[in-house]
Design a protein around this ligand. Structure first.
Ligand SMILES: [Zn+2]
Length: 101
């Protein structure tokens, strides 16, 4: 299992811009969304238990419509995989930033 990736609100927004820019709210057609996040914790990681078996759960990140509040979840591992790749690209662009030497 990969170590936990603490996804910031800005990283989650960047993911959404790349993957589904221009999408509209399924509830009202609105085009403005807010991340469900805080400065202290970044993008909030939700974990929904399933009823199939104990211990089965689906971690997600979420946004909500700025007009009607419709909540939209994105599966966490898709967001986190993307964030890890973006961080690796940034480290390659500026190797000093990723080194302790
Ligand atoms: Zn809406």
């Amino acid at each position: 299992m990969d170590e936990a990736v603490k996804v910031t609100a800005d990283e989650f927004i960047s993911f959404l811009v790349e993957k589904c820019s221009g999408s509209k709210c399924a509830g009202c057609g609105g085009e403005s969304f807010k991340t469900i996040s805080s400065a202290e914790h970044g993008a909030w990681l939700f974990s929904v238990d399933t009823t199939n078996a104990p211990g089965f759960h689906l971690p997600t990140y979420a946004i909500n419509c700025a007009n009607c509040g419709w909540v939209r979840h994105h599966v966490a591992f898709r967001v986190e995989d993307w964030v890890k790749k973006q961080r690796e690209k940034l480290t390659k662009l500026s190797p000093e930033a990723g080194s302790d030497d």
